[in-house]
Design a protein around this ligand. Sequence first.
Ligand code: PYC
Length: 412
Amino acid sequence: MSMKLVRQALRGERPPPRMWRAHELRERYDAVIIGGGAHGLCCAYYLAEEHGITDVAVLEKRYIGAGGSGRNTAIVRSNYLTPEGVRFYDASLKLYERMAGELDINVMLSQRGHLTLAHNDGSLRTMRRRAEVNRLQGVESRVIFPEEIERLCPHLDVSDHPRYPILGALYHPRGGIMRHDAVVWGYAHQADARGVHIHQLTEVTGIAVEGWRVTGVETNRGNIKTGTVLNATAGWCSTTAAMAGVKLPVTTSPLQACVSEPLKPFLDVVIVSGSLHVYVSQSDRGELVMGASVDPFPSYSSRGSLSFAESLAGHIVELMPALQHVRLMRQWAGLCDMTPDYSPIMGFTPVEGFYVDVGWGTYGFKASPISGKMLAECIATQRTPDLIAPFRLSRFSEFDLVGEKGAASVAN
Ligand code: PYC
């Protein structure tokens, strides 16, 4: 217990109200959402807020935000490669821009600008293409060159000395960072306030299906009857879908990240280098938040490795030589569910009443608000909203992929 709480108790003060409450698990809910991350909680919030569906349980096997929502590097942006992707992620960014007011919590959104560096002609060509697709969708992003890059980030080595000199960059002014935990807590608080039950330490062990229709879920705390189940898990999306007999084209790999010791503020843009496999931003605490590409093999490990720290440090110092004495403080990994086209899978499945919001790869955090809102609409209206129609599960058998690999921060 924190000293602040002890002092409050000794003074006879009431503790601050809880942001969400604990409940008995009911035998029946109108809808059950599996996964207590930003996506699942956001869907619960919008089901209640926009569709009046409040008899909803969110089931989380650990604590809320324990998965990808609490392990990502908190970058937001909408400078994708495909028109479908740009439209979708920009709708998400717009929701993030008004989230603090909507959820009444400081989500610390800092749209400080996002730079994706190009170190060769091929990447520069991709940046130009992205800039053009972005512009046609009304998203500001443009290719800039070393002089302007240096003005935005004087610590970058823009000379011709490095092995991979910086030739240009895709500059996306509305990209930035925010406080990922606050997003989770904000949705949890507002969903709870509207009657949603949030159940932590509640693991789904089975999904009941009768004649291609979902009828309930089995958990470590008992069974629940329901006609609506949303799989909003990350890391375990394919094993969870398999419980309902639905096969997903997904493989799961860890994505590692780390933070440095705190430094005085010096970096006020997000820097990404696809060729060097790194991205870095500076948090409000002064720590550098850094990551690389997904591990090159499927695994469910959420631990960091020495080889990651070594290669990341080498590449960061190549980009910003002044950081050579900075110490790493912590490292970890999150699990990424990769699809063949690097786009997510959202909406209906062949099992009636069983929906998916999965396959986010390395893009999950950026999409939390809009995917939750769209899934809530899909569940409530029984229609697929236009914005997520390109991301339907059936696209894989229809050969209608949405290739978003070129928009990955780092080559995966
Ligand atoms: O796509 O911006 C991105 C990203 C950063 C970290 C993981 N994905």
